[in-house]
Design a protein around this ligand. Structure first.
Ligand code: AMP
Length: 396
């Protein structure tokens, strides 16, 4: 892997693709700065070498052309304070202003370009647009893991204009090496915990993991597609009937591969999708009509905890239940605590996907797991075994 540690940026301008797609409130204040904070070490490395930095990112989903609410200028104040220097801003990511500001940029200085997605050429992966961006700098660093699964102009196409001077920043490097810890020769036993609402979207993940894991633990809404496919009564629980055949194939494939595939034996059920609904515990294979399963039950929690605590590699994606509602958060919280406990005993744990990361944060376990992936979609595609354009563009 080519990383920035193998490069000296003295007198060089580095164009860094970052993921500054942060949430803003109605006053354009950043409500979660972690994506910006994560990029600081990469930026500082270039500055410390005696180079200058040009930052480019997308923010939100502008429809066509510039929109004030998606302007990266809203990030300037925070970025300047985080870097302890005055960051410059170009009101356009290409064109005369950007060019002039890039040319005039001195060693030790930082320039932030306006939102890349104000140009449809960005997501289209346009060559000419990529070339214009590339002309601003001497070296290209990709540090935006969250968009590495997209072949956009700034994430992939641009790399060809830096045949000798393209590399991964620290975030990319960390993400790839951490995911490889579970994908390449993991410590055993290796347990994957999958939850979330649906099976669809995770089918390839399951298929690609089945020849790697020792245990596959299933929870969340997705469990009911498996349970119904096996002939269980699931009442009004979430289900994807079109995936029954695939669910059965998965169960059989797991048997062939000697993988222990665990489905919940009991569930917390409710007579409505609400925290105020009446609740009960039932067998997950015998849920009455009019009731729906919204969390894994206590017997399942106990079983899953013991498997997790005996594991030395753990990959977790997706909550065990509707953890946003207090009556259905027990399974997710207990699983999160078990992952933390196993980590304390020496296991390696990787958490990915928006909702499992939210759960880890909710239970204050951020520093008690080995690694939290910042790119949910990109991580899932990597685990599916897909080649990510943003990674390939640097490696080839
Ligand atoms: P995903 O985006 O597929 O990872 O799904 C995350 C969402 O799944 C969360 O918002 C959970 O509330 C939801 N979820 C988890 N378990 C269930 C369930 N048993 N029924 C309905 N939704 C669920």
């Amino acid at each position: 892997m080519k990383t920035i540690d193998q490069f000296n940026f003295k007198n060089k301008k580095a164009l860094i693709r970052v993921d500054f797609n942060v949430p803003l409130d109605e006053n354009f204040e950043i409500t979660d700065t972690s994506r910006i904070d994560a990029t600081i070490p990469t930026i500082k490395k270039v500055l410390k070498d005696g180079g200058s930095v040009i930052l480019m990112s997308h923010l939100g989903r502008p429809k066509s052309g510039p929109e004030d609410k998606f302007s990266l200028k809203h990030l300037l104040k925070y970025l300047s304070s985080a870097l302890k220097l005055e960051v410059q801003f170009a009101n356009d990511c290409i064109g005369e202003e950007a060019k002039q500001k890039a040319v005039n940029l001195k060693n030790g200085e930082v320039l932030l370009l306006e939102n890349l997605r104000f140009y449809k050429e960005e997501t289209a992966g346009d060559e000419d647009f990529s070339k214009k961006l590339a002309s601003l700098a001497d070296a290209y660093i990709n540090d935006a893991f969250g968009t590495a699964h997209r072949a956009h102009a700034s994430t992939a196409i641009i790399a060809k204009y830096f045949p000798e001077n393209k590399m991964f920043g620290y975030i990319m490097n960390d993400e790839i090496s951490n995911i490889n810890k579970v994908m390449v020769d993991p410590w055993r036993p290796f347990t994957t915990i999958l939850g979330g609402a649906k099976v669809s979207g995770k089918v390839e993940v399951i298929t690609n993991l089945l020849d790697k894991v020792d245990n596959l633990i299933i929870g969340g809404g997705m469990m009911f597609t498996f349970i119904k496919a096996l002939g269980g009564n699931i009442g009004n629980s979430l289900v994807e009937e079109s995936l029954f055949a695939l669910a059965v194939d998965t169960i059989n494939f797991a048997k062939d591969e000697n993988v222990n595939l665990y489905l919940p034996t009991d569930a917390v059920i409710a007579d409505g999708f609400s925290n105020d609904a009446k609740i009960a515990v039932s067998s997950s294979y015998d849920i009455p009509d009019g009731w729906m399963g919204l969390d894994i039950g206590p017997e399942t929690v106990k079983k899953y905890i013991s498997i997790i605590e005996d594991s030395t590699t753990i990959l977790w994606n997706g909550p065990m239940g509707v953890f946003e509602m207090s009556n259905f958060e027990n399974g997710t919280r207990e699983i999160a605590l078990a992952v933390a406990k196993a980590t304390k005993k020496g296991a390696y744990s990787l958490i990915g996907g928006g909702d499992s990361v939210a759960a880890i944060n909710k239970y204050n376990l951020k520093n008690k797991v080995s690694y939290i992936s910042t790119g949910g979609g990109a991580m899932l595609e990597y685990i599916e075994g897909k080649i990510l354009p943003g990674i390939q563009a640097i490696e080839e």
